[in-house]
Design a protein around this ligand. Structure first.
Ligand SMILES: NC(=O)C1=CN([C@@H]2O[C@H](COP(=O)(O)OP(=O)(O)OC[C@H]3O[C@@H](n4cnc5c(N)ncnc54)[C@H](O)[C@@H]3O)[C@@H](O)[C@H]2O)C=CC1
Ligand SMILES: O=C([O-])CC(=O)C(=O)O
Length: 329
């Protein structure tokens, strides 16, 4: 029997928490022979504590063979003590009429505090996934407040955008999702993001040869980029099950390796493609078996993609300026 992976989840009593925890405990995140120990960090108020208690009762009632144990902790330093994987989900979601950037001020303080706590207490190889929006900038805030951790420990979730892009493309072409490879989404998890089929293949055929350019620009790209708003309009609440599923995919591939597949992760730039070093940006990545990843290099981007990437850089620079007060000197 392997030693349990120590996983800390914030916001466990929320919508995404509820959609994610049971799948982590069932083995979907780390594989069918890997036990997990869950540490759950909720807000310290009676309503959240009561809701979390109910979630833990249900987790217990599932009798998951891989759930080696769980605990609720209210102090962030204790919650992140020795954790190997941290899912930072807990944050305010947006409602109708808001953009994700509107959440900057509401959520920045959370990610400063959690970055500081990770810096002190987490495993030096921790894998942090920031889901709470605006996730690129929140991941950057946490990373900047954790100077003793390798910046590569931090990531933001753009996997939902990749999954949406694959699904839209599969629907259009009639091909199974599993036959699509090398789909990329560049940039910020915002309407400016760049879903990019240039390098994608479907059953080995070049994706751009299967659809017309007008559909890509006027239908595919905006549908993927604005899908979050469409879900809010339809459900009255932001995506939860699909967000949880993308979090499972992101950590699964980061932990187990992506077997040569491209996976979109929001990671600190190494300067590739003109993105300033350290900016947390969606890139296609390949994860090795040992859990280390590399941004896919040397791609010939179209002029349109380059211009859109520059727009995302400018947008993220604006977000960074807006949260400058949360970054240590
Ligand atoms: N990156 C992505 O693709 C996506 C990101 N999101 C974002 O995920 C976040 C969570 O969404 P939901 O689960 O739907 O929201 P929710 O409101 O249902 O749950 C949030 C939970 O976080 C808790 N929380 C708040 N502050 C906390 C803190 N400092 N420490 C610990 N827990 C805290 C709340 O008590 C609540 O239980 C939102 O910011 C949302 O915008 C949502 C969908 C996709
Ligand atoms: O749109 C939102 O606020 C939630 C989210 O990030 C998404 O569904 O992509």
């Amino acid at each position: 029997m392997k030693a349990p992976v120590r996983v800390t989840v914030t916001g466990p009593a929320g919508q995404i928490g509820y959609a994610t925890l049971f799948r982590i405990a069932s083995g979907a995140m780390f594989g069918p022979d890997q036990p997990v120990f869950l540490t759950l960090l909720e807000r310290a108020n009676p309503t959240s504590a009561a809701a979390l208690k109910g979630v833990m009762m249900e987790l217990s009632d599932c009798a998951f063979p891989l759930l080696a144990g769980m605990r609720a902790v209210q102090d962030p330093v204790e919650a992140f003590r020795d954790c190997e994987v941290a899912l930072l989900i807990g944050a305010r979601p947006r409602g109708p009429g808001m953009e994700r950037a509107d959440l900057l001020e509401a959520n920045a303080a959370i990610f400063r505090q959690q970055g500081q706590a990770l810096n002190v207490a987490a495993s030096r190889n921790v894998k942090v996934l920031v889901v709470g929006n605006p996730c690129n900038t929140n991941a950057w805030i946490a990373m900047k407040n954790a100077p003793d951790l390798d910046p590569k420990c931090f990531s933001a979730m753009l996997r939902l955008d990749q999954n949406r892009a694959m699904s839209q493309f599969a629907e259009k072409t009639g091909a199974p999702v599993a036959s699509i490879e090398h789909m990329a989404v560049w940039g910020n998890h915002s309407p400016a993001m760049v879903p990019d089929i240039t390098f994608a293949t479907v059953e080995g055929k070049a994706a751009p040869s299967l659809v017309d350019d007008e559909w890509v620009k006027n239908d595919f790209m905006p549908t993927v980029a604005k899908r979050g708003s469409a879900i809010i309009a339809a459900r009255g609440a932001s995506s939860a099950a699909s967000a949880g599923s993308a979090a499972i995919d992101h950590i699964h591939d980061w932990f187990c390796g992506s077997e040569g597949r491209w996976v979109t992760m929001g990671v600190p730039s190494d300067g590739s493609y003109g993105v300033p070093e350290g900016m947390v940006f969606g890139f296609p990545c390949i994860v090795k078996e040992d859990g280390s990843y590399e941004i896919v290099k040397g791609l010939e981007l179209t002029e349109d993609t380059k211009a859109r990437i520059a727009k995302n850089v400018a947008e993220l620079q604006g977000e960074q300026q807006a949260v400058a007060a949360f970054i240590p000197n």
